[in-house]
Write a protein that binds this ligand. Structure first.
Ligand code: MN
Ligand code: MN
Length: 416
């Protein structure tokens, strides 16, 4: 009965809305909303129209109420904007595991692919290289990383929670878990079809090179060559290394003049508002990284990453903590809203408008990742407040006082 009463109210307001010529402009502006209202009103009047007597996956529905009951502003069959690492195949080996969300899992994501990895204390991600640039964010623990430049200079450093690295495509590198409990991190590659299973491994190469060639190349006796691994190692256990200073002192040759790590954990926010804070890391503050620009975003409960878009890039998101709701606007009346939880991936096609709202009771932390040298976004508020007021008024039917109450600065994050 309650649903019916509510339906009547909606119905009446709809008739008033349609009957008022004065609101015709508003109806045109809000065309997408209006187009769906009659249908949704009927559903509310019927009361049981939202009911689903058939099968349902309760835990998925509870994690994503915006899919189950989309806002009436959503419309159209659009490409997916959500996936979760909790659905990905996990490759477990002694010493750790890995899983990945690439273009295979999330087909519209052609620019970027993500991999998670866990290494227990002392365990190695084997010495390797690959076709794509590798960007990383440490969630947990500590790791020692190495990277060799083509000129023979070597980079060695330790990375802790909240820190980043960037290894250029083709540069050989390694990752090793440190004490007390190894590490877990996210890798992002600037190629949607990248696969962590297709990298060039040291052990794989020596296992597929004739023994006499290896003997000649290394200047080692043939009998010694038989000790080399016969198959790939990929992730394998090892001993926790000595201190960073000891490891640096033990290597031959010069240290890399370029730093491939970035200590984002100690970085001051690039922007801080009542809604939260964001740390932007790109080639301006991390010069070795010309491939992937990132916003590390922290939004307070009720706060929101404002309506915006990115002029040159698609966006690949990783949700670290909290709960979020995002709507992506695809143009031509199409929009899709979904909910995001920790370990989920979000995707926004290039130039599509979006917001991200903290719908939980704790801080929302997510990574806004662009395949770009510089982080760039266009703020809707910033745009409509930097136009002649009569122009904004003509489009949105707002008077000058109302327009002036819209934030003029690009806030990035808006308080709840
Ligand atoms: Mn790698
Ligand atoms: Mn964005």
């Amino acid at each position: 009965m309650k649903a019916k009463a509510k339906g009547t109210v909606i119905d009446r307001s709809r008739r008033n809305f349609l009957g008022s010529a004065a609101l015709a402009t508003a109806a045109m502006v809000r065309g997408a909303v209006y187009a769906q209202e009659p249908n949704n009103t009927r559903q509310a009047e019927d009361g049981h129209s939202f009911s689903n007597p058939g099968p349902e996956n309760k835990s998925l529905l509870e994690a994503n109420p915006s899919s189950n009951l989309p806002p009436p502003t959503d419309h159209g069959n659009v490409e997916p904007i959500w996936y979760s690492f909790d659905l990905a195949h996990k490759r477990v080996q002694e010493g750790g595991w890995t899983d990945q969300v690439t273009q295979r899992e999330l087909p519209p994501s052609k620019d970027l692919a993500g991999v998670r990895m866990r290494l227990t204390a002392g365990s190695y991600r084997e010495l390797h290289w690959h076709t794509a640039n590798e960007w990383a964010f440490m969630f947990y623990g500590n790791a020692r990383v190495t990277c060799l430049n083509p000129d023979g200079t070597i980079f060695i450093d330790d990375v802790g929670q909240g820190d980043l690295w960037l290894f250029p495509a083709g540069f050989p590198h390694s990752i090793q878990g440190l004490g007390p409990d190894g590490c877990e991190f996210l890798l992002v590659f600037d190629d949607g079809m990248f696969s962590e299973d297709d990298t060039f491994l040291l052990s794989d190469w020596v296992a597929h090179t004739p023994a006499e060639v290896l003997s000649k190349n290394f200047g080692l006796d043939r009998s010694v060559i038989s000790k080399l691994p016969a198959r790939d190692l990929y992730i394998f256990p090892g001993s926790v290394p000595p201190s960073l200073a000891q490891d640096r002192a033990s290597v031959e040759g010069s240290e890399s003049p370029i730093s491939y790590t970035f200590k984002a954990s100690t970085m001051a926010p690039s922007k801080k508002t009542q809604g939260g804070e964001v740390r932007v890391v790109d080639s301006r503050n991390f010069p070795a990284n010309k491939a992937i620009a990132t916003g590390i975003v922290n939004i307070k409960p009720g706060g929101m990453r404002e309506l915006h878009w990115h002029p040159t890039s698609s966006e690949w998101q990783f949700y670290v903590a909290g709960k979020a709701r995002m709507t992506v606007f695809f143009s031509q009346g199409n929009a899709r809203t979904m909910d995001f939880n920790a370990n989920d991936v979000g995707f926004i096609p290039r130039i599509c408008g979006h917001y991200i709202e903290n719908t939980g009771t704790t801080d929302l932390v997510f990574l806004e990742i662009l395949k770009a040298e510089l982080f760039a976004d266009v703020s809707l508020n910033n745009w409509i407040r930097h136009l002649p007021p009569e122009m904004t008024s003509a489009h949105l039917n707002l008077d000058e006082t109302q327009i002036k109450s819209i934030p003029s600065e690009k806030l990035g994050l808006i308080a709840g």
